[in-house]
Design a protein around this ligand. Structure first.
Ligand SMILES: Nc1ncnc2c1ncn2[C@@H]1O[C@H](COP(=O)(O)OP(=O)(O)OP(=O)(O)O)[C@@H](O)[C@H]1O
Ligand SMILES: [Mg+2]
Length: 719
C-alpha cells in the first residue's frame, strides 16, 4: 500500500508531501528529510493520479542523486522511469536539445565539450587567431566565456570597457562561431541554448508548459540566474513548482548561485510561508550541535533550528597530526579499526576542501592496501585512453568534429606530422570547411599517403557502424584504430587496457532512449557522467571526495581533513567576510554528512603546491564547543609506532602531544621549544607560519601572554 510510505513521515513532512496544487518552498536544514520529501511527493502525485509520470520534471544536483531518485521511485511505484524527466540541469537541457536539434541549429549527433575539451578548443582558436596566450591565459578566456553564458549573456550583448575586455569579448564571439561550425556545445551552452530556444519559440514553450504540471527542484539554494530563468520558461503560470533547499548549504556563490532565487521564487510563483522541517534524522546530537554552533557565526541567515531525538552519540574526535602524512596515517588507522568493528568502507568518507589534498591520502591508503574511490578526481571518461577511443567514436558519428579529429589524427602515431596538420588547418580556414573535409580533399604528396590512410580508416569505421551492434563497434574501433596495440606495446599500459575494456562493458550495458541515436546518446552520457563509473565500482571502498562533491550524501563515519587556516577556510576566501561565510557553509555541509562518527583532522606541517607550510588550526575548530569533542592527539601516548615514521622522526621519548608538535621549523625552531626574548622574557613556541623566507612564530610568554613575532626582526634565543 502506498500509505505505508507516508506512515514514517513527521507531520510537517507529510504536509509537504501531500500539498495540493500550487507552488511551495521547503526551507530546512541538513538531514531534515528534504530529498526524501521531494521523492515521496513525486510518488504520491502519481499514486494519487494528481499527475502522470510524463507531467513531472525533477531537477537534482548530481547524476548520482538522479539515479538514486529513480531507484527509490521504482521501489515505491510500478513505474516506467523513462517518461519522467529526472536529472541535473545539464542532463535535462541535453535531453531537450536532443529532441529539438534541428530547431536548435545543431547536427543530430552534436557532441558535448567537457571542461578539458573546451579549453583545448579555446587554445586552438587562439592559435589560429594568433592571440598571445601569455596576455590572455586560455583559462581566463574560458572563465570569461562560461561566466557570461551562465548569466545568459552572449558576446553581442556585452559592452567592452577597455581594450583587454574587448579582446576577450571578441574571443568569446569567435569561440561561439567555431562551436557552431563544428556542431559542438559546451556545458554552459546546453543551458543557454535551450533557454534561448524556449524564450523565442512560443509554440514550443506552450507545448512544454502544458506538459510539465509539476516541477520539483532539490538543492534549490544553489541554482544560478540562468538556471532559474530556464526553470521559469518550463514552468507556466499554472505549474506547481516544489523547491527544497537550505540557505546554510549554499556553496556555489562563486559560480553565480543566488540565495536570492528563493525570494524570487516566492514572488514569481505566489508561494506562501516556506515549510520548515526541524527534526534531523541523520546525525547524532553531538554532530548536530557542532553544526548548529558553527553556523551561528554567520550573519544574515534565514534562521532554522534543528533537533534530533537520536541522543548525543559519540564525541567528535579531533586529531592534530605533526605533518600531512601523519594525519593521513591516523585516518588509515581509524578506518582499519572501524572496519574491524564491522563497518563497511562504503559507509566511511574522507572529505577535503581541495582536490590537491587527496594525493597524500591516496598514498597512505594505497600503502595500507585499503580500497578507495575518488569522486570528482580524474573521472573515468576523462582518462586519456577513454578520450582517445571516444574521439574515434565521435568521428564515426560526425567526422566534421574538429576537436575529435585533432585528438586522434596522429594517435597512435601514423606519420601525420605537425606540418600536415597545419596545412589542413589553413586549408579548412581558407575554404570554410571542416578539417575532415579538408583532409578528404587533400591531393598528392608523401604526407598525403598517411592522411589518405586515416581518411580511409574513418570511412571504414563509419561503414562498420552500419552493420555492427554498438558494443561491437566500440570493441572493433579500439582494435582497428590501433589504440589497443599501442597500449599493449606500452609496458605501463595495463591499466589503460583495463579501462578500455571497461568502456566496452559500459557500451554493452548502455540503454539508449532512442536506439537509432545510440552513439550520440552514449557520447552525451560520457560527457555528463560524474565519475561513478570508475573501474572497480561495486567493490566495497572508502569514499574520497571534496566537500562540494559530498553535498546531499550521508555516511556513517566522516573524516573532515586539512582543517587549517588557508586550506579550510581556503586562502582565496580570507579577504572578505562573504568568502569566509561561504567557507563556513561548506564546513556545515561537511559536518552534516556524518551519521554516527565525525573526525576533524589537521596537520601542523603540510606540503602544498610544492611549498612547506606551517598553518594555524582552522578557525572553524574553535567554533565547535569543546564539550562536544575529544582530542585524540593529546590522549595518545608514547606509542608512535605506526605513525612515527613519516618524515623526520620525532624524539621517541616524547609523549604524543609533544611528539606531534615536534616539526622542525626554518631556522631550527621547534613548536614546543622554550625561548627567551629580551623584552618579553621566557616563553614557549606554540605555533608558526612560514611564507617563503618569512617566518612568524606564535610564542606564549609567561608574563606577557601569547604574541606573534616576525622572525626577521624579533631577537629570540633558545632558552
Ligand atoms: N521521517 C523520517 N523517518 C526516518 N528517517 C527519515 C525521515 N525523514 C528522513 N529520514 C532519513 O534521514 C536522512 C536524511 O534525509 P534527506 O537526505 O532526505 O535529508 P536532506 O534534508 O535532503 O539533507 P541534505 O540537506 O543534506 O540534502 C535520510 O537517511 C532519510 O532517509
Ligand atoms: Mg538532500
Amino acid at each position: 500500500m502506498f500509505s505505508d510510505h507516508l506512515a514514517g513521515l513527521n507531520p510537517e513532512q507529510l504536509r509537504a508531501v501531500t500539498l495540493g496544487a500550487g507552488s511551495a518552498l521547503v526551507l530546512a536544514g541538513a538531514g531534515s528529510g528534504k530529498t526524501r520529501v521531494l521523492t515521496t511527493r513525486i510518488a504520491w502525485l502519481i499514486a494519487n493520479q494528481r499527475a502522470m509520470a510524463a507531467n513531472i520534471m525533477a531537477v537534482t544536483f548530481t547524476n548520482k542523486a538522479a539515479r538514486e531518485m529513480h531507484t527509490r521511485l521504482s521501489a515505491m511505484l510500478p513505474l516506467n522511469p523513462r517518461g519522467m524527466w529526472i536529472g541535473t540541469f545539464h542532463g535535462l537541457a541535453n535531453r531537450f536539445l536532443r529532441a529539438h536539434w534541428r530547431d536548435a541549429g545543431l547536427p543530430q549527433t552534436f557532441t558535448i565539450l567537457d571542461m578539458q575539451d573546451q579549453l583545448a578548443a579555446i587554445k586552438r582558436l587562439m592559435k589560429a587567431l594568433q592571440v598571445s596566450d601569455e596576455k590572455f591565459p586560455p583559462r581566463q578566456v574560458q572563465a570569461f566565456i562560461n561566466n557570461h553564458k551562465e548569466q545568459g549573456l552572449r558576446a553581442e550583448a556585452l559592452k567592452p570597457y577597455d581594450a583587454f575586455n574587448a579582446k576577450l569579448t571578441e574571443l568569446y564571439a569567435a569561440y561561439d562561431a567555431q562551436c557552431r561550425r563544428e556542431g559542438v556545445v559546451d556545458f554552459a551552452e546546453l543551458l543557454l541554448r535551450s533557454y534561448e530556444m524556449l524564450n523565442s519559440n512560443e509554440a514550443l514553450r506552450e507545448h512544454y508548459r502544458a506538459r510539465f504540471s509539476h516541477i520539483l527542484v532539490d538543492e534549490f539554494q544553489d541554482t544560478n540566474k540562468l538556471q532559474y530563468a530556464w526553470l521559469c520558461l518550463f514552468a507556466g503560470p499554472h505549474a506547481s513548482v516544489f523547491a527544497v533547499g537550505d540557505d546554510d548549504q549554499s556553496i556555489y556563490a562563486f559560480r553565480g548561485a543566488e540565495v536570492g532565487n528563493m525570494r524570487r521564487l516566492m514572488a514569481d510563483f505566489q508561494v506562501g510561508e516556506p515549510i520548515k522541517l526541524e527534526q534531523n534524522y541523520r546525525s547524532c546530537g553531538n554532530i548536530l550541535d557542532a553544526a548548529n554552533a558553527l553556523i551561528q557565526h554567520n550573519d544574515g541567515r534565514l534562521g532554522k533550528n534543528l533537533w534530533t531525538d537520536a541522543g548525543a552519540g559519540e564525541p567528535i574526535r579531533l586529531y592534530r597530526g605533526w605533518n600531512d602524512a601523519d594525519e593521513a596515517q591516523f585516518i588509515v588507522d581509524e578506518v582499519r579499526a572501524l572496519r574491524r568493528d564491522g563497518g563497511a568502507l562504503a559507509e566511511m568518507a574522507v572529505l577535503y576542501r581541495s582536490n590537491a589534498q587527496s594525493r597524500v591520502l591516496e598514498h597512505a591508503l594505497f600503502q595500507a592496501g585499503l580500497p578507495y574511490r575518488v569522486y570528482g578526481g580524474l573521472r573515468f571518461f576523462e582518462r586519456q585512453e577513454i578520450k582517445h577511443a571516444l574521439a574515434y567514436l565521435r568521428l564515426v558519428a560526425s567526422p566534421d568534429d574538429d576537436n575529435a579529429l585533432l585528438r586522434v589524427i596522429n594517435v597512435p602515431a601514423r606519420g601525420i606530422g605537425a606540418r600536415t596538420v597545419e596545412n589542413l588547418q589553413t586549408a579548412s580556414r581558407e575554404r570554410g570547411v571542416s578539417l575532415w573535409q579538408a583532409a578528404c580533399g587533400q591531393g598528392g604528396g608523401r604526407s598525403a599517403a598517411s592522411l589518405g590512410k586515416f581518411v580511409l580508416l574513418i570511412e571504414q569505421l563509419r561503414a562498420d557502424a552500419e552493420r555492427l551492434s554498438f558494443a561491437q563497434l566500440v570493441s572493433h574501433l579500439i582494435a582497428a584504430s590501433g589504440l589497443r596495440a599501442m597500449y599493449e606495446a606500452d609496458k605501463d599500459g595495463e591499466d589503460r587496457l583495463e579501462n578500455l575494456d571497461e568502456l566496452i562493458s559500459a557500451a554493452v550495458s548502455f540503454a539508449p532512449e532512442d536506439p537509432a541515436q545510440i552513439i550520440a546518446e552514449f557520447l552525451a552520457h560520457a560527457s555528463l557522467e560524474a565519475g561513478e563509473h570508475q573501474a572497480g565500482a561495486g567493490e566495497d571502498a572508502l569514499q574520497l571526495m571534496t566537500v562540494h562533491a559530498a553535498k546531499g550524501l550521508e555516511f556513517a563515519s566522516v573524516f573532515v581533513s586539512g582543517l587549517e587556516e588557508g586550506l579550510f577556510p581556503h586562502e582565496n576566501s580570507l579577504n572578505d567576510a562573504h568568502g569566509v561565510e561561504e567557507e563556513r557553509r561548506l564546513m556545515y555541509v561537511a559536518i552534516t554528512r556524518a551519521r554516527q562518527r565525525l573526525y576533524l583532522t589537521q596537520a601542523q606541517q603540510r606540503m602544498l603546491h610544492g611549498q612547506t607550510r606551517y598553518p594555524l588550526p582552522s578557525r572553524f575548530m574553535e567554533e565547535i564547543p569543546a564539550s562536544l569533542t575529544k582530542n585524540l592527539s593529546e590522549t595518545m601516548t608514547a606509542g608512535l609506532s605506526s605513525r612515527g615514521n613519516h618524515g623526520t622522526r620525532p624524539a621517541p621519548a616524547a609523549p604524543r602531544h609533544q611528539a606531534s608538535t615536534n616539526a622542525v621549523l626554518p631556522g631550527g625552531w621547534r613548536i614546543g621549544q622554550s625561548v627567551t626574548h629580551p623584552k618579553f622574557g621566557s616563553g614557549v613556541i606554540l605555533n608558526a607560519e612560514a611564507l617563503g623566507e618569512e617566518l612568524r612564530l606564535y610564542v606564549n610568554f609567561a608574563e606577557h601572554g601569547a604574541k606573534w613575532l616576525d622572525m626577521r626582526f624579533a631577537k629570540l634565543t633558545p632558552a
